[in-house]
Design a protein around this ligand. Structure first.
Ligand SMILES: O=C(O)c1cc(=O)[nH]c(=O)n1[C@@H]1O[C@H](COP(=O)(O)O)[C@@H](O)[C@H]1O
Length: 268
């Protein structure tokens, strides 16, 4: 992020975007869309975040497009954060972890998003594998969508909210790295749409993925107000807000650069 700018661009091939780009809602359209984004941005932006659902919906050939995108983006020097939002009992979680966090897997990524709502402890296989291979895990804590509150703001027996508990668990997980003076590899997903979060301790010693800028209504200028001092650890994500400028590669690049510049100006 220091060298490439503070931005994560999502690769979300929505049917509506394929249509806007003059592409078919089929494998050829998916392939062209994905290749255009990777070729335009993988040498420039810090992080690319493919949203797995948009590829899985095309079956095995869609997943093959995703595999290729991950490999091409990584070899162009971008970090790949696989947005898979997996979560299951620990023994099954181990298989999800192997899918995204084992270097031998065709979908091996620098990091993966996971859902902790089967209990933070159920994520242990992913946390351990990420630690072993130097990759990362982003845990849903306070999501950008309004429906998230009914789960994440729920108050536990000890008076803390579920979302705050996830942040606390991540803080514990990052402790060894923080003690060694580095940023930990275990991040939280915290929506940029959520307004003032000063009630939460966002200092988890790891990165904060902040989706919601652009199509969901948040702007880079909101980041300091939402994240306070933790704004330095924020990785802002924009998907449709950049992708709607395609298929012209120069327009995609210009849009990503504009967002990165606005983030820099806002977050310092
Ligand atoms: O984990 C995520 O990336 C995520 C978490 C969240 O709380 N909200 C959220 O929008 N996302 C993802 O971030 C992207 C946002 O896309 P845009 O709204 O088009 O910028 C989508 O891929 C979402 O699935």
């Amino acid at each position: 992020m220091d060298t490439r700018g503070p931005l994560c661009v999502g690769i979300d091939p929505h049917a509506s975007l394929l249509a806007d780009w003059g592409l078919g809602e089929d494998i050829a359209g998916l392939e062209r869309f994905t290749r255009t984004v990777v070729e335009a941005l993988a040498e420039r932006v810090a992080v690319l975040k493919p949203q797995s659902a948009f590829f899985e919906r095309f079956g095995s050939r869609g997943v093959a497009v995703l595999e290729r995108a991950v490999a091409d983006a990584r070899s162009a020097g971008a970090l790949v954060l696989m947005d898979a939002k997996r979560g299951d009992i620990g023994s099954t979680m181990a298989a999800y972890a192997a899918t995204y966090l084992d270097p031998a897997s065709p979908l091996f990524s620098d990091a993966v998003t996971v859902s902790p709502y089967l209990g933070f402890g159920s994520l242990r296989p992913a946390l351990d594998l990420a630690r072993r291979h130097g990759s990362g895990v982003f845990v849903l804590a306070l999501t950008s969508n309004p429906e998230g509150a009914e789960v994440q703001h729920a108050v536990r027996a000890d008076g803390s909210t579920v979302g705050a508990t996830m942040l606390e668990r991540l803080r514990e997980e990052n402790e060894p790295e923080v003690r060694a003076g580095t940023l930990g590899s275990f991040g939280a997903v915290v929506g940029a749409t959520l307004g003032d979060l000063s009630a939460y301790d966002l200092a988890i010693g790891g990165p904060l993925l902040a989706p919601g800028i652009g199509a969901q209504g948040a702007t880079p200028a909101d980041l300091p107000r939402v994240f306070g001092a933790a704004v330095r650890e924020v990785v802002p994500n924009v998907s449709r807000g950049v992708l709607r400028h395609g298929p012209d590669a120069a327009s995609l690049v210009a849009a990503a650069e504009r967002f990165a510049e606005e983030v820099r100006a806002a977050a310092g």
